[in-house]
Design a protein around this ligand. Structure first.
Ligand code: ADP
Ligand code: MG
Length: 741
C-alpha cells in the first residue's frame, strides 16, 4: 500500500484520470498494448505510473517484478516528473528515479524509472528483451519524434518475443506491456497500423476537465514577436485580474532577453526602486493584494487590438512563402504606432504589482527549472517564459493567460544535403491549440496569439509531420543500423518512409562503405561496418553540441533598441556594462575564429573546446569565453565517452586521448589550390618555389622558405611548420611535409 501527503491526495481527486483508474488498469491487464489519450494536465504522466505501482508492477516478488519505465522526449520532464511522483508516493529518489544522458538517480531498488527516449534506445542495443522492465510507457507520443517512432516499432517486436519466451517458459521471462500516451486523439498511426500491432490496441480517452479559453488573434502578425510578447504581457499585467501568464517563445536567447526586460520593469526590486524615486504615494497595502481588476476577465477581449478583425485587412498571397509575408507585415506595421509610442504605452500602464518571472527551457539547470512549480511570492504574478517544453510536457499550475508567438525552433534537415539546422518555423494548428489549452487548467482563461487568423488559416499545418519523414533517409537508416536493427526496409514504422527510398539509401551507404554488403545480396540485411560503428556514435552526438549553440549565446543582444531617452542612469550603466561585455564577446570570437583562419566555424568550436580542455574546464573560463558551462561540460564528458567507446571496441588502438588537450604546437598549412579552386594549381610545378599556401591564423598567402628541403621538391598538399619570416612575402620555415615521401 502507498501513503501520499494529504495535499497530494486532495489534488489527485481533481485529476480526471484518477476517476479512470479502474478501466485503465483493466485494459492494461487484459492487453499487451494500450493507448491512453488525455489533455495535458489530465494526470497521465504523474498518475499512470502510480496506478501500475499500486497494482504491484515494479515490486519484487509480484507477478510483474520488472521496473515501470517511462520515456520522455525531454530531460526536463524526465527529471521533474520523477521527483513529483516520488513526492506523491512519499518515496525516495532511489525508488522513483530518473536517467538522462549524463545523470541518473537509478539504483537496484528503483521501481519507477523516468528516462529520455534516447536512454531506452541505448538500453535496447545491449538488452533487446528489456528484461529489467515489466512495463514501458511511451509518453508524449503525439510529438512523433524520431526516437518515439522507432521505440514504438522496436517495442512492438520486443513484446512478441517476450510473450513467446514466456509461453515457452524460457529463462524465467515474463511478458512485457506497452502503454502509449498521447495528449491528442491523433493516434491512428499507432492503433490502426496492423504491421505494428496485429491486434489493434484499445484506446482509452480520458475526458478533459478543461475550462473555456478565449482565443484572441492579433490584427497583424508582428515580425518582432519578442517585443510584441513583452508589450502583451505588460498589458495583461496592468489590466487583467490575477492569474499566471505563460509566454511561448522559441529559444533560450529570446527567453533570457524577455525575462531581463520584464525584470527591469516589474521585478519587486525594480518597482521598489521606482517607488523610492517617486513622490511617496500613500498606499493601503504594499504587497498584500493584487490591485482590483479594471476589466472583468470574461470581457478581456474589449482590448481593441485583440478583437479579431478578420482577414480583410491583410491580403496574403497564399503562394508566397513565410519570409515574404514577414516583410509585408513590416510594411503594414510601419504605418501603425511607432516603437517609441508603444514604449510609452507600456510606461503609461505600469503596474505596481510585482511579477515573479521564471524562464523555462531545456538547458536551464534543473533546480531553476523546478521553480515553475513553486507558487509565486504572495502578491506577485507568476510569469513563465518558456519554449515549447510547456506545450505538453510540463503542466504549470495557475496559468490563466497564454501568449503564443506561433513559432517554434525545430530541427530541420535539408533532405538533399543532410545538413541539419535549427530553424524557427510556424507551429501547427494542433500545437497552437495545445498552447491555448494551457490557459484553461485552473479556470476560464485567455490565449493571445501574436499572429493573425489569416496567417493561422493559411500557413499553419493541421498537424506537424512526424520527424522521421523530415529526416534525410540515409541518417534514419544509419541510426537504426547502429542500433542493430538489421532489417530497416521491413521495420514496423508507425508512419513508414518510402520503401523504395529506404532501399536506395541502403545501397548508397553500402557503396560509401558505411554498411557491409548483405550476405547473398539480400537488401535490408546489410550491417553497419565496424569502423563506422564508432563514428556513428560521434555523429549522433554532434547535434547535441550544436543545439546547445555554445558559441552564439550572446548574439541576440545586438537587437537592443537604441533609444535610451527613457532610461534611468542605472539603466545606462547596465547598458554600458553590456556594451563592454559585447566587445569582449566579439574579441573572444575573433580569437577563436583565428584557428581556422576565419574560414571555419568548426575550427572555431574546436578552438574553444581545445582551450577549455587545456584550461581544465571551470566556470570562470566559460564566463570569459562566452560559452555555456553546461554545454562545455557535456562536450568534455562526450569526449571521454567517445574515447571509452573506441577503447572498448579497439583495445589495441592508441587513441592518443588526453584529458587536457594541448594547444596545437605545429602550424599546418595547405596548398592554396586545394582550398581555392580557381587559384593556380600546384601540379604544373616541379618545385615548391613560388607556390602559395594557406596557413591557419595567417591572412596572407605563405610560401615555403627557399632554404627548406621542401623548396626544391614537388609541392606537397599539406605541410606543418615551426615559424614564419616576413619579408616581401610571408615565408614558412622548419616545414615538414605531412606525408613522408
Ligand atoms: P499530463 O501528463 O496528463 O499532462 P501531469 O500528470 O503531468 O498531466 O500533471 C497532472 C497535474 O499534476 C497537473 O495539474 C500539474 O500541475 C501537477 N504537477 C505535475 N508536476 C508537478 C510538480 N512538480 N509540482 C506541482 N504540481 C505538479
Ligand atoms: Mg504528461
Amino acid at each position: 500500500s502507498v501513503t501520499r501527503p494529504q495535499d497530494v491526495e486532495d489534488a489527485r481527486l481533481l485529476l480526471p484520470i484518477v476517476a479512470e483508474e479502474q478501466p485503465i488498469m483493466e485494459a492494461i491487464l487484459l492487453n499487451k498494448v494500450v493507448v491512453i489519450c488525455g489533455e495535458t494536465g489530465s494526470g497521465k504522466t504523474t498518475q499512470v505510473p502510480q496506478f501500475l505501482y499500486e497494482a504491484g508492477f515494479g515490486t519484487p516478488g509480484s507477478d510483474n517484478p520488472g521496473m515501470i519505465g517511462i520515456t520522455q522526449p525531454r530531460r526536463v520532464a524526465a527529471m521533474s516528473m520523477a521527483s513529483r511522483v516520488a513526492h506523491e508516493l512519499s518515496l525516495t529518489s532511489s525508488k522513483v528515479s530518473y536517467q538522462i544522458r549524463y545523470d541518473a538517480t537509478v539504483s537496484p531498488e528503483t521501481s519507477i524509472k523516468f528516462m529520455t527516449d534516447g536512454v531506452l534506445l541505448r538500453e535496447l542495443a545491449t538488452d533487446f528483451l528489456l528484461k529489467k522492465y515489466s512495463v514501458i510507457i511511451i509518453d508524449e507520443a503525439h510529438e512523433r519524434s524520431m526516437n518515439t517512432d522507432i521505440l514504438i516499432g522496436v517495442l512492438s517486436r520486443v513484446i512478441k518475443l517476450r510473450e513467446q519466451m514466456w509461453s515457452e517458459k524460457k529463462d524465467d521471462i515474463k511478458p512485457l506491456r506497452l502503454i502509449i500516451m498521447s495528449a491528442t486523439l491523433r493516434v491512428t498511426d499507432f492503433a490502426e497500423n496492423t504491421t505494428l500491432f496485429s491486434t489493434p490496441p484499445p484506446i482509452i480517452n480520458v475526458p478533459a476537465r478543461q475550462h473555456p479559453v478565449t482565443t484572441h488573434f492579433s490584427r497583424r502578425t508582428a515580425s518582432d514577436y519578442v517585443s510584441e510578447a513583452i508589450r502583451k504581457a505588460s498589458k495583461i499585467h496592468a489590466r487583467l485580474p490575477s492569474g499566471g501568464i505563460l509566454i511561448f517563445l522559441t529559444g533560450q536567447n529570446e527567453i533570457s532577453g524577455v525575462c531581463r526586460k520584464l525584470e527591469a520593469r516589474y521585478s519587486r526590486k525594480a518597482i521598489e526602486e521606482r517607488q523610492r524615486k517617486r513622490k511617496p504615494v500613500p498606499r493601503e497595502d504594499e504587497y498584500g493584494s493584487i490591485p482590483l481588476p479594471k476589466v472583468d476577465p470574461t470581457h478581456a477581449d474589449v482590448e481593441a487590438e485583440d478583437v479579431d478583425l478578420g482577414v480583410e485587412d491583410l491580403a496574403i498571397d497564399v503562394d508566397g512563402d513565410v519570409a515574404d509575408i514577414d516583410v509585408d507585415m513590416d510594411a503594414l506595421d510601419s504605418d501603425g504606432e511607432t516603437e517609441t509610442n508603444e514604449e510609452l504605452g507600456i510606461d503609461a500602464e505600469e503596474s505596481e504589482t510585482p511579477m515573479h518571472i521564471v524562464p523555462l527551457y531545456a538547458l536551464l539547470p534543473s533546480d531553476k527549472q523546478m521553480r515553475v512549480f513553486e507558487p509565486p511570492p504572495s502578491g506577485s504574478r507568476l510569469v513563465v517564459v518558456s519554449t515549447n517544453v510547456a506545450e505538453t510536457s510540463l503542466t504549470i499550475p495557475g496559468i490563466r493567460y497564454v501568449i503564443d508567438c506561433g513559432r517554434a525552433k525545430e530541427r530541420r534537415y535539408d533532405v538533399t544535403n543532410g545538413i541539419q539546422t535549427f530553424q524557427v518555423s510556424w507551429i501547427s494548428k494542433a500545437s497552437a491549440s495545445q498552447r491555448a489549452g494551457r490557459a484553461g487548467r485552473t479556470g476560464p482563461g485567455h490565449c493571445y496569439r501574436l499572429y493573425s487568423s489569416a496567417l493561422y488559416e493559411n500557413y499553419f499545418d493541421q498537424f506537424s509531420q512526424p520527424e522521421i519523414l523530415r529526416m534525410p533517409i540515409e541518417g534514419v537508416v544509419l541510426q537504426m543500423k547502429s542500433m542493430h536493427i538489421d532489417s530497416v526496409v521491413n521495420f514496423p514504422f508507425p508512419t513508414p518512409p518510402d520503401r523504395h527510398n529506404l532501399r536506395k539509401a541502403e545501397t548508397t551507404l553500402t557503396h560509401l562503405g558505411a554498411l557491409k554488403p548483405a550476405i547473398g545480396g539480400v537488401i535490408g540485411q546489410a550491417e553497419i561496418t565496424e569502423e563506422l560503428g564508432g563514428r556513428c556514435h560521434c555523429s549522433r552526438c554532434r547535434p547535441r553540441i550544436l543545439e546547445d549553440e555554445a558559441l552564439v549565446d550572446e548574439e541576440s543582444d545586438a537587437e537592443e533598441p537604441e533609444d535610451l531617452s527613457h532610461l534611468t542612469s542605472e539603466d545606462v550603466r547596465a547598458k554600458e556594462a553590456r556594451k563592454i561585455r559585447r566587445k569582449a564577446f566579439f574579441e573572444s570570437q575573433a580569437l577563436h575564429s583565428s584557428l581556422g583562419n576565419n574560414t571555419s566555424d568548426v575550427f572555431r568550436i574546436l578552438s574553444v573546446v581545445g582551450a577549455y580542455e587545456y584550461a581544465g574546464g571551470g566556470h570562470k573560463f566559460c564566463v570569459e569565453h562566452f560559452v555555456r558551462p553546461k554545454a562545455m561540460e557535456e562536450i568534455h564528458k562526450l569526449r571521454v565517452q567517445i574515447d571509452n567507446i573506441v577503447q572498448a571496441n579497439f583495445p589495441d588502438l592508441d587513441t592518443k586521448f588526453s584529458k587536457n588537450l594541448q594547444p596545437p604546437n605545429k602550424n599546418p598549412a595547405v596548398r592554396k589550390d586545394i582550398v581555392e579552386k580557381n587559384s593556380s594549381g600546384g601540379r604544373q610545378y616541379t618545385t615548391a618555389k613560388g607556390i602559395p599556401y594557406k596557413a591557419m591564423g595567417i591572412a596572407e598567402d605563405v610560401f615555403i622558405h627557399p632554404s627548406s628541403v621542401l623548396a626544391n621538391e614537388a609541392p606537397p598538399e599539406y605541410v606543418v611548420f615551426l615559424e614564419t619570416v616576413r619579408t616581401s612575402r610571408v615565408w614558412i620555415k622548419g616545414a615538414a611535409s605531412t606525408l613522408p615521401a
